[in-house]
Design a protein around this ligand. Structure first.
Ligand SMILES: Cc1ncc(COP(=O)(O)O)c(C=O)c1O
Length: 374
């Protein structure tokens, strides 16, 4: 029997499948433990609002009906919230799907995509899917190096991604930095502000990128319900961009890409502002707790504006990961980001954070920590 390998598009061969790490169920089965503290995927530890759960139950009863392809109710709720025209919004199965739509609609094989290194996985994935060149620009001090990124742009650059806050480090680029960058970007490319963690940001100099959309710049702002709204399992996010861009995205979108349960849940989540704020508050407290603990332990970490912290554990991160897992805690290793002595830990509830710190203290106990932050 012939092997399908030879039929695969060349560009698809370059794609390394996303590795989510071990699921909590796998870890529990392997170690014979009853609970895992999963701090590996920047999920919201609080869970969805009770009103959202009610909305999902109501929606479930209508699951035999195809969803609204225009996501009308959600789009108008978002337009009112963000003060933008409904036509500038496109809803996707997570912001992941909107990233793919940008690739499908705009990227030719001769084009290139510019993003920071280490990147959020979907940026190189989109480049590879479309057969385009990846221009990964090394971070500087754990931040986007916007000057170097602007230098890397040429007439074949189609998309430039700015993850703000930056996954995996949690840093931001400021309003002034973005303004200076935008002046340097030619009209031949689209700047994508990936703001998956925007609700957690409390820095005063964070840019209002929707202003660029309102003013008709070649840009897109991506947001999600996966983080502060706690709906990662439903897969729903959106992009906001001038209508010539969103019209192109709607041409490549699947007709029924977002389920009705996800649409109804997102509308309900937007209504329960209090729940979202509570989640952000818990995150802020967790951020302070972890920062204090890392300082006491003599660990260098990157001050974060998101729901995760990038910390130098001064040892091989894969070894650290294994040791933490043995104690029922999962995190992300820095080695996948090219920074092998770092781990990225999601900020959890107070109890989860304490469990993590206790486990980390045990793992590092007796070790001399060698600070690696420059
Ligand atoms: C920077 C960044 N962008 C986008 C996403 C994707 O989010 P979604 O769940 O909306 O696809 C994530 C998820 O972790 C992320 O970290």
């Amino acid at each position: 029997m012939a092997n399908a390998d030879e039929l695969i598009r060349d560009t698809v061969r370059r794609i390394v499948p996303y590795s989510p790490g071990k699921s909590s169920a796998e870890v529990m089965a392997e170690l014979g433990i009853e609970q895992v503290t999963k701090l590996a995927s920047n999920e919201n530890p609080i869970g969805p609002s009770p009103h959202v759960i009610e909305a999902m139950a109501r929606s479930a009863a209508q699951a035999h009906i195809y969803p609204d392809p225009q996501c009308t109710a959600l789009t108008s709720a978002l337009a009112a919230l963000l003060d933008v025209d409904p036509g500038t919004i496109v809803v996707g199965r997570g912001s992941d799907e909107v990233i793919h739509m940008l690739g499908l609609a705009f990227v030719e094989p001769a084009d290139n995509l510019v993003f920071a290194s280490p990147p959020f996985a979907l940026y190189p994935h989109t480049a590879r899917l479309m057969g385009a060149e990846e221009r990964a620009i090394e971070h500087r001090d754990f931040r986007h190096d916007l000057d170097a990124m602007a230098d890397a742009i040429d007439e074949r650059t189609k998309l430039v991604f700015i993850s703000n806050p930056y996954n995996p480090t949690g840093t931001i680029v400021s309003a002034d930095e973005v303004a200076a960058f935008m002046e340097r970007v030619p009209e031949t490319c689209i700047v994508v502000f990936d703001e998956a963690y925007v609700e957690y940001v409390d820095a005063d100099d964070y840019p209002d990128t929707l202003e660029y959309v309102r003013a008709g710049w070649r840009c897109a702002v991506l947001r999600t319900f996966s983080k502060a709204y706690a709906l990662a399992g439903l897969r729903i996010g959106y992009g906001v961009a001038p209508v010539d861009i969103t019209n192109a995205l709607k041409q490549v979108r699947e007709p029924f890409n977002v389920s009705s349960i996800a649409q109804d849940a997102a509308v309900a989540a937007l209504r329960d502002v209090e729940h979202m704020r509570r989640c952000v508050d818990v995150n802020r407290q967790g951020r302070e707790f972890l920062s204090t603990q890392f300082e006491q332990m003599g660990l260098q970490f990157v001050p974060t504006q998101a729901n995760f912290v990038f910390v130098d554990v001064g040892m091989d991160s894969v070894e650290c990961f294994d040791e933490l897992m043995r104690r029922g805690v999962t995190v992300r290793t820095g080695e996948i980001f090219g920074l092998p002595s770092f781990i990225r830990v999601t900020i959890g509830t107070r109890e989860q954070n304490e469990t993590f710190i206790t486990a980390l203290r045990e793992v590092l106990g007796g070790r001399t920590v060698s600070p690696g932050l420059g």
